[in-house]
Design a protein around this ligand. Structure first.
Ligand code: PSV
Ligand code: MN
Length: 431
């Protein structure tokens, strides 16, 4: 197995961090033990945590208006995997990558699988793309893909999804995520009911091609690019479609795909209750975006989501296994640093939620002691679990401080020298 960052450099970085970390860890361990929590159990739990990386997240994203390419951006799927390898090496929290086709379409899927394995990476669910026309495609998606009026455009979109499944099988993926931007921009442009009927009809064709041990994740999004009505705009529509399609169809919650102030943790609780919570695309947002780093705007919301996940795991046991993935891409930071930070923030919320005293919470709820119930959650949320996360990384062979270690490695500068930008790469962006 190859490590993109020199292993000796990581070891040296960790050796320097060790004494301070051990002191912080001992102090936190003492504090948690007074609350009846064994820090060692929490560290072991943190070591099991995994969130998948979006292949498109290692590029510099853009907005509808422009994109500002970063130094040493990956120019192909192999370079994207190299960057994902760095993130996993330094965090040991991101063992899988989610590919997006045709952006990442391999000429030889076996070669790609082996290349990833050599970096210690596997593959999460694959993503189809029928939200933009691809070079040489016969039928346009300008007026929709899985929901298009044109039967040929719909058939083409179904065939593309089935091709994604085929590539994913060779890669070792176990799921297909379907997000379509289909909808309408004007009242009257589309018959709202007929559009959803066409969607379901197309999705049945894709569902029929799913292997037995695969899941299909239906990702909803409130708006954009459709600005009047999006076909799969909310979790209710997503849930209804997942019910219609069958047991292998589940709902995927992208945190940025809701109206501002939506109670996302309640959506999580509802979907979990009815066995349809498939997974997440983690990111953060302030207004109508879906691309900011996880936990950068509203870490309490992330905690509350994990609180629901911890509750569901306790109720449903091992059967409850939603998939976790990051989905972010923006302009102003080094994407490797942002993805490492996001992975750590999601892991942080997972551990903070594991600190919640569930028996006490249930007791306060039964007694209608509202203040104490709220304080029980806040107590866990306010606990700085950084030493647990750093110790988990140290024990897993990752970096005590991933961003500091990455900066010291000079990886970005080397990538800048080895990957001269593609001509025309500063054009209009995708998000
Ligand atoms: C759409 O905004 C989305 O969240 C979907 O997951 C896409 O596959 C991804 O972003 C990349 O455009
Ligand atoms: Mn998404």
């Amino acid at each position: 197995m190859s490590t993109p960052i020199n292993a000796a450099l990581v070891a040296e970085h960790n050796a320097k961090a060790q004494a301070n970390l051990e002191a912080d860890y001992a102090a936190l361990g003492g504090m948690l033990s007074r609350r009846g929590i064994d820090i060692e159990k929490m560290t072991a739990l943190a070591q099991t945590f995994a969130v998948a990386l979006p292949s498109w997240g290692v590029g510099t994203g853009g907005t509808r208006f422009a994109r500002f390419p970063g130094k040493g951006e990956p120019r192909n799927v192999f370079e994207k995997l190299d960057d994902c390898g760095v993130i996993h090496q330094l965090t040991k929290a991101t063992p899988n990558v989610s590919l997006h086709f045709p952006w990442d379409k391999p000429t030889d899927a076996r070669e790609l699988r082996d290349y990833a394995a050599n970096l210690g990476l596997g593959f999460d669910s694959v993503n189809s793309n029928t939200f933009q026309d691809q070079a040489g495609q016969a039928h346009t998606y300008k007026y929709g893909s899985l929901t298009a009026q044109s039967a040929q455009a719909r058939a083409q979109a179904v065939a593309h999804n089935i091709e994604c499944i085929e590539i994913g099988k060779t890669l070792g993926s176990k799921g297909l995520t379907v997000w379509v931007g289909d909808g309408s921009n004007f009242p009257g442009q589309a018959n709202l009911r007929a559009q959803l009927e066409r969607y379901l009809d197309s999705m049945r064709g894709i569902y029929a091609a799913l292997p037995e041990d695969w899941l299909m994740y239906i990702e909803h999004k409130l708006f954009e690019p459709a600005f009047y009505a999006t076909t799969i705009a909310d979790w209710g529509t997503s849930f209804a479609c997942a019910q219609e399609l069958g047991a292998k169809a589940k709902c995927l919650v992208d945190l940025g795909h809701h109206a501002p102030n939506t109670n996302i943790e309640m959506i999580v609780a509802r979907l979990a209750q009815f066995g349809k919570l498939g997974g997440f695309h983690f990111n953060d947002s302030k207004y109508g975006d879906d691309d900011l780093d996880s936990g950068s705007i509203n870490p309490f919301q992330l905690f509350l989501i994990f609180n629901e996940l911890a509750d569901a795991a306790q109720r449903d046991g091992g059967a409850f296994k939603p998939s976790y993935m990051l989905d972010q891409s923006h302009n102003v930071t080094d994407p490797i640093e942002s993805l490492m930070s996001s992975a750590v923030e999601v892991q942080r919320a997972f551990i903070q939620a594991s600190l919640v005293d569930r028996a006490a919470l249930a007791h306060h709820q039964e007694a209608n002691d509202v203040l104490q119930a709220a304080q029980t959650l806040k107590h866990a949320f306010r606990t700085d679990v950084s030493p647990i996360l750093a110790m988990a990384r140290l024990r897993s062979g990752a970096a005590a401080d991933p961003v500091a270690c990455y900066r010291a490695s000079g990886y970005r500068e080397q990538a800048g020298a080895q990957r001269p930008p593609k001509a025309g790469a500063s054009g209009s962006g995708i998000v």
